[in-house]
Design a protein around this ligand. Structure first.
Ligand code: SAM
Length: 213
C-alpha cells in the first residue's frame, strides 16, 4: 500500500498543482487549516512550530508562510519528488528560511517527542496502512496543548461514499477513507482530548478533526 502511494505521488508531483482535484478538494482544506490556525494562534505573538504531514507540493505551507501567522514550518512527505517541488516553491517565494522539507514516512516520524505545537495532515491519511500508529506518532511529536488537525474525505454520506469509496477507491486502489467514528476512536486511543469535527464542501465532502494533546 505504501509503495503504491509513493510511486503514484512520485509520478504526480510535476502536475499535481494543476489537477482538478486540487481545485475542488485540496484548496478548501488549506483554507480550513488557515482559519483554524488563525482562530487558535491569531492573537499570540510568539512563533510556533508546525509539522505538515503528507505535505505534497507544499501549497498549504506556502500559504501559511505568507500569512501573518509566525509559523516555523516543516513539511514531510513520503514521495521525494513532492518534497523537491515543495522546496523549489519555497525558495522561489523567498520563504525558505521558514519552510523546510523532510522525505520520510508518516508512520515513523524522524523527530523527538514534543517537537511541535501543531500537526496538520490533509488528504493523505487514507494512504496510510497503519492509521492508528500514525495518530500515535502525531501525538508523540506534539507538545502539551498542541493541536492535531486532520482532514480527509468524508465518506459517511451518499455523496462522500460515491466519491471516496467507489470512485477514488477504484482509481487509487489500496486506500482507506476511515469513517468519522473510527477517526474519533484513533484520536481517543492516542490520548487526544477536546476532539471536535467540522464537515465542509459539498461535491467532495471533507472532514476536519481537531484534537488537543
Ligand atoms: C493527495 S496528496 C495531499 C497533499 C497535500 N497535503 C494536499 O492537501 O494537497 C497525498 C500526499 O500524501 C503523501 N503520502 C502518502 N503516503 C504517505 C506516508 N506514508 N507518509 C508520508 N506521506 C505520505 C503522498 O506522497 C502525497 O504527497
Amino acid at each position: 500500500m505504501k509503495s503504491r502511494a509513493k510511486n503514484q505521488f512520485e509520478a504526480w508531483a510535476g502536475t499535481y498543482d494543476h489537477s482538478l482535484l486540487n481545485r475542488f478538494l485540496f484548496q478548501p482544506s488549506y483554507r480550513m487549516f488557515l482559519e483554524e490556525l488563525q482562530a487558535w494562534r491569531g492573537r499570540e505573538d510568539g512563533p510556533f512550530d508546525l509539522l505538515d504531514i503528507g505535505c505534497g507540493t507544499g501549497t498549504f505551507d506556502a500559504m501559511l508562510a505568507a500569512s501573518p501567522l509566525p509559523a516555523r514550518i516543516v513539511g514531510l512527505d513520503y514521495a521525494e519528488a513532492m518534497c523537491r517541488v515543495a522546496s523549489t516553491k519555497a525558495h522561489a517565494a523567498g520563504a525558505a528560511d521558514r519552510l523546510r522539507y523532510v522525505n520520510a514516512d508518516s508512520q515513523h516520524l524522524p523527530f523527538a517527542d514534543a517537537s511541535f505545537d501543531a500537526v496538520t495532515c490533509s488528504n493523505s491519511f487514507h494512504h496510510y496502512p497503519h492509521q492508528q500508529q500514525v495518530v500515535h506518532e502525531m501525538r508523540r511529536v506534539l507538545r502539551p496543548d498542541g493541536r492535531l488537525m486532520l482532514i480527509d474525505g468524508f465518506r459517511d454520506n451518499i455523496i462522500g461514499w460515491i466519491a471516496f469509496d467507489v470512485i477514488i477507491g477504484h482509481v487509487e486502489k489500496e486506500v482507506h477513507h476511515a469513517p468519522w467514528s473510527k477517526i474519533h476512536e484513533y484520536f481517543v486511543q492516542a490520548g487526544f482530548r477536546e476532539i471536535r469535527r467540522r464537515k465542509f464542501s459539498f461535491w467532495m465532502p471533507a472532514l476536519l478533526t481537531v484534537g488537543v494533546a
